[in-house]
Ligand binder design. Structure first.
Ligand SMILES: C[S@@+](CC[C@H](N)C(=O)[O-])C[C@H]1O[C@@H](n2cnc3c(N)ncnc32)[C@H](O)[C@@H]1O
Length: 270
């Protein structure tokens, strides 16, 4: 969806509903209604949202410290939360640059306020389903150097792109334009389609999200999600449950259905 400057309080927005799951305050009744429908049936989905943010923190640490990446294009920034990409990256490397992309006017307002003091981090209002427009945006080309490796982050974004918009082709285009040595970090709602509890949960949540005024939240198969990485080389351990991607310590509890419905990975362009 193209960015709009006006806040629509009559329709739930992806960014604000996600903010509800994270326990944030930047949401309206219409967003909380969508959240409550899921939360009543599957209260653990809020934990999954927090696990998701922790995954992004671990990935950003890995990319900055181990992979030596110092420039990030974070598509679908979301509302500012406890640990944002630029804060994690700049803690490891104060010179790291982050350009966020979003199309939600509430994200624009809060994001600009958060980034005002930081000339290494910027927010662009653009439609992430238009890779050429994003990559040619003057702020992107000013602050990111496409002659050096960078990290493209697509966390919980592509599952808001319907099949009709050809998400695979969108990702192909991004990957094609990434400099050699760049990384892609991507997470996506997952339906194992095995008739088990996780699949039932995936179908239930997809039904609520896509029939609400928010209109999207598609749970795809593992091979569909793997296809979004194109021919990039997956970093170990590949595409996994978020909790299994280099956790900070041993798991104290076995995974539940909720842990199964969001998977992600990091991959490198040769
Ligand atoms: C579920 S949130 C994820 C936020 C963050 N990436 C994270 O993982 O915590 C998805 C974000 O993508 C943004 N978004 C969805 N579709 C978009 C589009 N077509 N163009 C730009 N941003 C979009 C939403 O506004 C929202 O902020």
């Amino acid at each position: 969806m193209a960015p709009s400057a006006a806040i629509d309080r009559t329709r739930a927005s992806v960014a604000r509903v996600y903010d509800c799951f994270l326990g944030g305050k930047d949401n309206y009744d219409v967003d909380r209604e969508v959240f409550e429908q899921v939360n009543r049936a599957a209260p653990q989905m809020s934990r999954l949202a927090r696990d998701h943010r922790e995954w992004l923190v671990r990935v950003t640490r890995f990319l900055t410290r181990s992979a030596g990446i110092d420039q990030f294009l974070d598509c679908g920034a979301g509302l500012p939360t406890a640990e944002n990409t630029h804060q994690v990256a700049q803690r490891m490397n104060p010179e790291a640059r982050v350009v966020y992309v979003d199309n939600d006017p509430v994200v624009a307002a809060h994001g600009r306020a958060l980034l005002e003091e930081n000339d290494q981090s910027h927010l662009v209002m653009a439609d992430l389903t238009e890779p050429d427009q994003v990559l040619e945006h003057p702020v992107v080309t000013k602050f990111l150097d496409f002659d050096r490796p960078l990290a493209l982050i697509q966390c919980s974004t592509i599952h808001h792109v319907p099949d009709a918009q050809r998400p695979r082709e969108i990702m192909e285009r991004y990957i094609e334009r990434l400099p050699a040595g760049s990384y892609l970090a991507l997470t996506h709602f997952y339906d194992p389609q095995d008739g088990g509890d996780a699949s039932e949960l995936a179908r239930f949540v997809e039904g609520i999200f896509s029939n609400s005024s928010m209109g999207s939240g598609f749970f795809r198969t593992r091979s569909e999600i793997a296809s979004f990485f194109g021919d990039l080389e997956l970093v170990e351990p590949g595409i996994t449950r978020l909790r299994d991607w280099w956790p900070d310590g041993p798991h104290l509890n076995p995974p539940t259905a909720v842990d199964e419905v969001l998977i992600g990975g990091v991959a490198r362009k040769r």
